[in-house]
Design a protein around this ligand. Structure first.
Ligand code: PLP
Length: 420
């Protein structure tokens, strides 16, 4: 309560912004994830890995647009690419010179993607991939996992979105090989595809076990179903994405977030024989979208992947993240509190339990106020993270900022040891 009162007193411009905006937008909001009580901060600008809110407070950005902001704010390479694209006209009403280049680059980087199509978001990419699987296999069922998030209308967490997409979902527990085997034993011939995140992202940064992914690959192959990996969040976590890190070759992959250089972006792709159903010359499925190939996204994406985030840079950022997570967990263990950080590479999530976490159900049962306490404590220390405990590194984050973040976590552990 004290932290929240201080927050209200400190942020009059954000509060005004929220109240004014709420007249025209329900809850002042177009992205549910951004809301928290009493009102969310409005951000005025960003630079590198720093943010300034509407009241001119400076924060170290440890959220990085929920992983899409790998490049930080206003990287000159991206700015130049966007400016160059703008100068040549942006709504060209045709194919442009950049889309083929970005498609080639992505296929080379993620070898399981033989061919792809662009969308405007990860949500759309998953919807189209599901659509492709149902049409390709002529089967109705899509296996997904409890706690998974595949986009705004594809949420299988504790508070599901009203699922408006007309698919026949089978929701199974994550990292549970036996449950997957049982589902395939009874429903195998009806299963079109399994759609799985190689790390549950919004579900709490819970990595898939290698044997779970291997079992899904084996089961889908045996049942002539498709394995579809949602790498919208995880493709940043290893040089060639997280599926490749596990040695898994899925039939279809969905991508999004940073790959569009920080602009609206999504893509889905995989086996050429599956993607052929979208070939306008010979295929049976249409897929449209005015902005699917927009030059601003294509230009920003090309600049980002080539100049800022080649495979080696992805590996290096993952190492920095893994090292930070290890140090944070060592601090939690030393403090003797029930707290830990799970995740892979540069993306992690706090949980208030010391039990091993294999699925979201393992990370429940603690007082949700602890999450709020950590979030507002970090804010008060100039660190911007997500209320749900997500912590994300971007490329421009400095070692000094990381040290500041660790110090803020340490002061949280010392200040609140008695309630943790
Ligand atoms: N899939 C995963 C794993 C995600 O994390 C997200 C977004 O957070 C999406 C899909 C949806 O992407 P978008 O927000 O671009 O629609």
């Amino acid at each position: 309560a004290q932290l929240q009162s201080a927050f209200i007193a400190k942020n009059p411009a954000s509060q005004r912004q929220f109240e004014t905006q709420a007249q025209y937008m329900p809850g002042a909001n177009s992205r549910s994830v951004l809301f928290y009580a009493p009102f969310p901060l409005t951000m005025a600008r960003g630079e590198g890995a720093c943010l300034w809110d509407a009241d001119e407070h400076r924060y170290n950005d440890f959220l990085a647009e929920y992983t899409a902001g790998v490049y930080g704010h206003s990287a000159p390479e991206i700015r130049d690419a966007v400016a160059t694209a703008m100068a040549s006209g942006i709504n060209l009403t045709g194919h442009n010179l950049l889309e083929g280049q970005l498609a080639k680059l992505i296929c080379e980087r993620f070898p399981q993607v033989e061919q792809l199509r662009f969308t405007n978001s990860g949500t759309e990419a998953n919807l189209m991939a599901i659509n492709a699987a149902v049409h390709f296999t002529k089967r109705p069922k899509i296996v997904v996992f409890s706690g998974a998030y595949h986009g705004g209308v594809l949420t299988f967490g504790a508070k599901p979105s009203p699922i408006t997409v007309p698919y026949d979902f089978v929701v199974l527990p994550y990292n549970d090989v036996a449950a997957a085997e049982a589902a395939f034993a009874t429903q195998g011939p009806k299963i079109a595809a399994v759609l799985v995140e190689p790390m549950l992202g919004a579900g709490g940064c819970i990595p898939a076990h290698a044997e779970f992914l291997n079992a899904l690959r084996r089961l889908t192959t045996q049942a002539c179903a498709l394995m579809m990996i949602d790498e919208v969040m995880t493709s940043r976590l290893a040089p060639h994405g997280l599926a490749a890190e596990h040695g898994i070759t899925p039939d279809m992959t969905t991508l999004g977030k940073y790959i569009g250089g920080g602009m609206s972006f999504g893509a889905f792709g995989g086996r050429a024989d599956i993607m052929a159903i979208f070939d306008p010359r010979t295929g049976s499925l249409a897929h449209s979208g005015t902005f699917n190939n927009n030059v601003v996204t294509m230009a920003a994406g090309l600049a980002g992947l080539t100049k800022l985030y080649p495979p080696a840079a992805a590996g290096a950022l993952a190492e920095r993240g893994a090292a930070l997570r290890e140090r944070l967990n060592a601090r939690c263990a030393k403090a003797g509190v029930a707290m830990q950080f799970t995740g892979v590479g540069s993306v992690m999530n706090s949980h208030f339990t010391s039990n091993p976490i294999c699925r979201p159900e393992d990370a429940t049962g603690f007082d949700p106020k602890l999450r709020q306490l950590l979030f507002f404590h970090l804010l008060a220390n100039g660190i911007y993270t997500a209320p749900r405990g997500l912590v994300v590194l971007s490329l421009p984050v400095t070692d000094e900022a990381i040290a500041r973040f660790e110090a803020a976590v340490q002061s949280f552990l010392s200040t609140y040891a008695d309630v943790l």
